[in-house]
Design a protein around this ligand. Structure first.
Ligand code: GLU
Length: 422
């Protein structure tokens, strides 16, 4: 019983963010009032969405949108579709968006949305109706100046196109800047699709430079082959990293000589899974997390590195492509092992940074070349890496706590300056 309780608590993302917030806020000597303000989301919206299913039945889905902070600008963050979405998870993810936007210093607050559903077992029509009704239910809470959704787990450019269209129909005009991560032909940005993976690679580049390593000698294992994992894998493969392992929800692959990621990508496009790919051996995803390598990139969901496996992690560098892949208990174990951790709120911030560029381009009505997007992204990621690492060294804290401290300090500063409206 006791163990179950500990594990339950360890796997609750809201508890996980609270644990890190507490350490960072104490180190910052954050005043109690601001502590109270920043530890609660600004607004939580729960909707129950009726959807006509293909079989003629009416189903009701529960959806959330949590706006954690609008202190530094409009709320910003993705929407995920999954059977295990919970309000606590969405709350935590919303607060991580606030800190993420503050770490990379872009003018957004933080938000997150989620719908409890099983998209793998829903038709395109059902997903479209679900998305449109969810958007309609949120109509007065979202908008280019209020809250700007984006893709997250199991949502994509098509879902963003439906959201943009639904919002625009209600406004009686096309409003492209209401969401980011849209298709290119309707106000999307060049480079947005690859941006999270590209950001992950930039953080790997900076980390190995700091530790005097070279790409050619760096073995990489990536858990997740969705938007973040696959783009990171492709870009890193092209840049001479040796990607030796790829793990997916239905099993993983390993090849000590390196996996040909282009071939794997094409295989997955054709087969719909990485299973059965011949040029690598089968290896369970849980095993890949503790397989020998220089860089481990969890790029799927929360809590994959916990007190139950952190002591077995062999990587020198952990780069969090996913949000919340490491529990607070695992942080301590990794610190004792001197693993160089690049926390989610920095490592996967490339996505929201390119979302910021998309929002700017939509509002300008002027679209940038891909090289401009990539250059600006690199500039922001490299300087944010330097900020976090310098902060960690100056304040003698680990990189995660440094990133939280930097972010909390920036948001708290703005709130103090704006004052509390009464
Ligand atoms: N869902 C992504 C994240 O967690 C992107 C959010 C955005 O672009 O607004 O960072």
């Amino acid at each position: 019983m006791a163990t179950t309780h500990v594990l339950e608590q360890e796997s609750n993302p809201w508890e996980q963010q609270a644990a890190r917030f507490k350490i960072a806020a104490e180190k910052l000597k954050l005043d109690e009032g601001l502590w109270r303000v920043l530890q609660q989301p600004n607004r939580e919206i729960i909707v129950h969405i009726p959807v006509a299913m293909d079989n003629g039945q009416l189903e009701v889905f529960t959806g959330y949108r949590v706006q954690h902070s609008i202190a530094r600008g409009p709320a910003k963050g993705g929407v995920r579709y999954a059977p295990d979405v919970t309000l606590d998870e969405v709350r935590a993810l919303a607060s991580w968006m606030t800190w993420k936007c503050a770490v990379v210093n872009i003018p957004f607050g933080g938000a997150k949305g989620g719908i409890i559903c099983d998209p793998k077992n829903m038709s395109r029509g059902e997903l479209e109706r679900l998305t449109r009704r969810y958007t309609a239910e949120l109509i007065e809470f979202i908008g280019p100046e209020k809250d700007v959704p984006a893709p997250d787990v199991n949502t994509n450019e098509q879902v963003m196109a439906w959201m943009m269209d639904t919002y625009s129909m209600h406004m009686r005009q096309t409003v492209t800047a209401v969401v980011t991560g849209k298709p290119l032909n309707m106000g999307g940005s060049r480079g947005r699709r690859e941006a999270t993976g590209r950001g992950v690679m930039i953080i790997c580049d900076e980390s190995i430079k700091k530790l005097n390593m070279r790409r050619e000698d760096t073995r990489v294992i990536i858990q997740g082959f969705g938007n973040v994992g696959s783009n990171a894998a492709l870009l890193m493969h092209n840049s001479c990293y040796k990607v030796v392992g790829i793990g997916e929800w239905d099993g993983g692959l390993y090849n000590a000589k390196g996996i040909d990621i282009h071939a794997l990508w094409e295989y997955r496009q054709k087969e719909g899974t990485i299973q059965g790919f011949k040029e690598a051996e089968k290896r369970a995803t849980e095993e890949l997390l503790v397989t020998d390598c220089e860089i481990l990139i969890p790029a799927a969901t929360e809590n994959v590195i916990s007190s139950s496996n952190a002591d077995k992690v062999k990587a020198k560098i952990l780069v969090e492509g996913a949000n919340g892949p490491t529990t607070a208990a695992a942080d301590e174990i990794l610190a004792d092992k001197h693993v160089f951790v690049m926390p989610d709120i920095l490592a996967n911030a490339g996505g929201v940074t390119a979302s910021y560029f998309e929002w700017v381009q939509d509002r300008q009505g002027y679209f940038w070349k891909e090289s401009v997007v990539n250059e600006q992204l690199e500039h922001i990621m490299v300087s944010s890496f330097e900020d976090v690492v310098r902060y960690a060294e100056t304040h003698k804290v680990n990189n995660r706590i440094a990133a939280y401290m930097l972010a909390i300090d920036r948001v708290a500063y703005t709130i103090r300056q704006r004052g509390i409206y009464a």
